[in-house]
Design a protein around this ligand. Structure first.
Ligand code: ASP
Length: 338
């Protein structure tokens, strides 16, 4: 009898270890993206512009969805999805990134792996075509977490990532936006803060949960128009603009970076889930509305928990965003009241 019990216990334990029970046995996967939050108003949008954004969001998310559906990793899904948005002039990342005070593009990006808590980031780079890939390369192929400026560009060169002259990133729209901000600041004595408030952000981000239950998050941006003195925002800062932990969730943020750094937005959402047991939606709302918002900042987050539940929370008029679940259900939204 004793012997039989021992055998039965052994069989039960070897078939289902606690870790395996916790694993994603239903093959659930999920992906969510953003293309920036800010003063995005229907009255300022033409039908054509709106259609272009929705089309690009759909094209981007489908790339990641396909990878996840075929059993690919969340890392690959995040990287390839963000490439589409970085290569599109619509968003403030890669080509089409906003310009700094000197009329140049300086790029920030970060990536985090929720299984290992490994992370990588680049900031103030000016030549890397796809900054998200450089962030992943820093994580995989260097002993560091963040490389900046010319060092980041040089590392990307050694890693054989594609480099471009700074002029590749420039677009007419962003040149005009910089001119406008500079003109206004010269004519009216408006505080720098008000320019930041009026910005239409356009950072991109992606969070994915793969069939193995692993979460990855990535964020890529040109930062904020007219930024000076090698200003760095929240996007490349792990815990502020990006965070991932299989125990809780993955987060990518967009908005007025200074406030996201001070409120440690992405990590705080994970911490509220881990230490207080909040849902991903509740945690995101608390951090965006009650913490970051109350400091005076604006923006939003996308987040996924380890069951594939999604949150897309903002305190701005809009955030370009899309989500797809394992069943292929798709949501694409722009305005906050949609
Ligand atoms: N968070 C970014 C920054 O402050 C801007 C954005 O999200 O568009 O650099």
């Amino acid at each position: 009898m004793r012997f039989n019990l021992a055998i039965i216990s052994f069989l039960i334990l070897s078939c289902k270890s606690p870790e395996k029970i916790d694993k994603n046995t239903n093959n659930i996967f999920s992906i969510v993206i953003h293309g920036g939050a800010g003063t995005i108003l229907k009255k300022n949008m033409t039908k054509e512009m709106e259609a272009n954004y929705r089309k690009k969001l759909e094209e981007s998310i489908k790339v990641g969805y396909q990878i996840l559906e075929n059993g690919g990793s969340s890392q690959e899904a995040v990287e390839k999805t963000i490439h589409i948005m970085e290569n599109s002039p619509l968003f403030n990342a890669g080509k089409g990134a906003v310009l700094n005070f000197d009329g140049r593009v300086e790029l920030d990006a970060s990536f985090m792996n929720g299984l290992t808590l490994d992370a990588g980031a680049i900031s103030g780079a000016s030549k890397i075509k796809n900054p998200i890939s450089a962030a992943i390369a820093v994580m995989k192929n260097s002993p560091h977490v963040m490389l900046s400026g010319s060092g980041a560009d040089e590392f990307a060169r050694i890693q054989k990532l594609e480099l471009k002259p700074n002029s590749y990133f420039l677009t007419e729209r962003r040149v005009k936006a910089l001119e406008k901000v500079k003109l206004n600041s010269a004519s009216v004595m408006v505080k720098e803060n008000e320019y930041f408030l009026a910005q239409k952000y356009g950072t991109v981000g992606c969070v994915a949960l793969d069939k193995d239950g692993n979460i990855s998050s990535g964020t890529s941006t040109g930062g904020m128009t007219n930024k000076k003195w090698n200003r760095i925002g929240d996007a490349p800062i792990i815990g502020a603009g990006t965070y991932a932990n299989n125990k809780t969730c993955g987060v990518s943020a967009t908005g007025w970076g200074e406030f996201f750094i001070r409120a440690v937005v992405a990590y705080d959402i994970s911490a509220l889930m881990e230490y207080r047991g909040l849902s991903v939606e509740e945690a995101s709302k608390v951090v965006i509305h009650e913490k970051m918002g109350k400091l005076g900042g604006n923006g939003g987050v996308i987040a996924l928990d380890n069951k594939g539940n999604v949150a897309m929370v903002m305190n701005t008029d809009g955030m370009y965003r899309a989500h797809m679940d394992s069943k292929g259900n798709k949501t694409i939204k722009i305005y906050s009241d949609e």
